[in-house]
Design a protein around this ligand. Structure first.
Ligand code: CA
Length: 236
């Protein structure tokens, strides 16, 4: 699952150079030359990360970053600011706006790719190709395989994405709506009970090694991947 990166950069030569490097690193790149275009793209589909130039025609990168942080839907997305300005105060302003990282031009493509990887690892691990091992399961996005010890488990593509998201965000309860956004993509109009159907299929696929207990139902809230035995509420 390559990460989708929204690149907001107004200088065509730099935009081209960055897009080529990100493409080579295996990312899917969507481009915008100004904040208004970027806004339209974000409204259509949320990227996994926004790479945002500071100086843009019209609204600045900082203004756009503030807008993203102000909205519930876009608040949690990782942002890396890109700028020719290297002054300490600019860096502070950039980070205060809520950017996860800040890169000063000129930078080497390798550095950029490495920084993107680090931010994705921290903020959107489900958008990386890193293998995840937890609770006796190993999920490898690069080979699209899930194994329990020596045993390979057969998962459908949706169950694979669902398990990937749950394993990269363990011990937390996710509502059906959150899972739909994260696994099916936001703006995809699917009924919430679809989640239940795929959770059921996922548990079936995990049953052979008795790993289905890792997928816990939290009544009234949603689902959670947990390596801790589920606590049942004491009877009153
Ligand atoms: Ca610029």
């Amino acid at each position: 699952m390559p990460a989708t990166i929204l690149l907001v950069e107004d200088e065509p030569a730099i935009q081209e150079l960055i897009a080529a490097n990100l493409g080579r690193a295996g990312h899917h790149v969507v481009r915008a030359g100004d904040a208004e275009t970027a806004q339209r793209i974000v409204r259509e589909a949320l990227p996994d990360l926004v790479l945002l130039d500071w100086m843009l025609p019209g609204a600045s990168g900082i203004e756009f970053a503030r807008r993203l942080r102000a909205e519930e839907r876009t608040r949690g997305g990782p942002i890396i600011m890109l700028t020719a300005r290297g002054e300490e105060q600019d860096k502070v302003t950039g980070l205060e706006t809520g950017a996860d990282d800040y890169i000063t031009k000129p930078f080497s493509p390798r550095e950029l790719v490495a920084r993107i990887k680090a931010v994705l690892r921290r903020r959107a691990p489900q958008a990386t190709e890193d293998a995840v091992e937890l609770g006796g399961l190993r999920l490898d996005p690069a080979t699209h395989r899930v194994t329990a010890g020596e045993q390979a488990l057969a998962l459908g593509p949706t169950e694979f994405r669902l398990l990937h998201f749950l394993m990269t965000h363990p011990e937390r309860v996710h509502s059906r709506a959150q899972l739909l956004d994260q696994v099916w993509g936001d703006h995809v109009f699917v009924e919430e009970r679809t989640v239940d159907v795929h959770i059921r299929r996922l548990r079936c696929a995990l049953e052979p090694g008795a790993h289905d207990a890792l997928i816990q139902t939290v009544r009234g809230s949603g689902y959670r991947f947990s390596t801790q035995p589920q606590q049942t509420a004491p009877a009153r």
